[in-house]
Ligand binder design. Structure first.
Ligand code: R5P
Length: 292
């Protein structure tokens, strides 16, 4: 097996290759003067399985083209190609909310599976995205990694809260690992980055709140939830997420209302202190060793 990293996930790919004890493949990526992308696989993958890790930081569409070119070049020579997408971008457009809208997450699936035999995702925004793939696909859950991170912190009176009902299951799973209580806020979205939050069902008494969400983008959801929780009596607010998209000054905005912020490295950021490499290593071994 050879592990390759696209430009946005090269560190993660290195960590995974080390965990598996295999070669980190070499890919040459450059741009022609007109901006077109050129990709060449320099490692010999003849007869080997190839694993390609590519998520996104900023520049989703450039990362996607690079990913598709790497997958396709490998598809012509490797035994089996596994596409690993730590952050499945366009996941929030998982259906047509209004007539005529492109279902972007479905389009992405169609493109990726033209050259991938197996697909691995980490906490896609909606699980039904897996149904958009005709090739075998698996979603891996990083919530226990967040739970383990906070368990080690030994907070005095922890309470895990999600900022909306969509992430309530995530909060429940994190709380299960920490062995503490959990709850959720209610959120109404007024537009991109604009939300109203309430927490009618939560009774707080000076707890150290761990506020968890799957994605933090503009930070609006977390900032509003933090304000509500603080008013309701939270003593401290620790913010955690799986996918740190962090558009603009999201992290700085959050740190104005919370004590700290931590994320996984599905997208690399200054706050990505929790590595999903062990989870992905296990997932890769599972799909390749079971002969699937
Ligand atoms: C939405 O349903 C997601 O779970 C997140 O709550 C959302 O994407 C966060 O976006 P923002 O940080 O822009 O409020």
């Amino acid at each position: 097996m050879i592990v390759f990293g696209g430009g946005s996930s090269i560190d993660l790919a290195g960590e995974i290759a080390k965990n598996i004890g295999c070669e980190l493949g070499s890919v040459e990526v450059k741009r022609f003067p007109d901006g077109e992308l050129f990709v060449r696989i320099d490692s010999d993958t003849e007869g080997d399985d190839a694993v390609v890790i590519q998520g996104t930081g900023k520049g989703q569409d450039e990362n996607l083209m690079e990913f598709l070119f790497i997958l396709d070049a490998l598809h012509d020579q490797a035994e089996k190609v596994v596409a690993v997408i730590p952050y499945y971008y366009y996941g929030r457009q998982d259906r047509a909310f209004n007539k005529g809208e492109a279902v972007s997450s479905k389009t992405l699936a169609k493109l990726i599976q033209t050259s991938a035999d197996v697909v691995l995702l980490v906490n896609p925004h909606k699980e039904h995205i897996l149904e958009y793939f005709d090739v075998p696909s698996l979603s891996l859950d990083a919530s226990h990694l967040i739970g383990e991170f906070f368990k080690k912190k030994r907070l005095k009176d922890p309470l895990v809260v999600s900022p909306d009902s969509g992430s309530a299951v995530l909060a429940q799973r994190v709380a299960h690992v920490i062995e503490c209580r959990f709850g959720n806020c209610e959120k109404k979205r007024l537009g991109p980055g604009r939300v109203v939050t309430s927490a009618e069902g939560l009774r707080l008494r000076g707890e150290e709140v761990i506020l968890v969400d799957d994605i933090i983008d503009t930070g609006g959801t977390i900032v509003e939830a933090s304000k509500v929780l603080r008013e309701k009596g939270a003593n401290e607010i620790h913010v955690a997420c799986i996918h740190p998209v962090f558009t603009g000054n999201a992290a700085a905005r959050i740190l104005e209302v919370a004590e700290d912020l931590v994320a996984t490295n599905t997208i690399s950021s200054g706050y990505s202190k929790i590595s999903v490499a062990p989870l992905l290593t296990e997932g890769i071994n599972k799909v390749l060793l079971k002969g699937g």
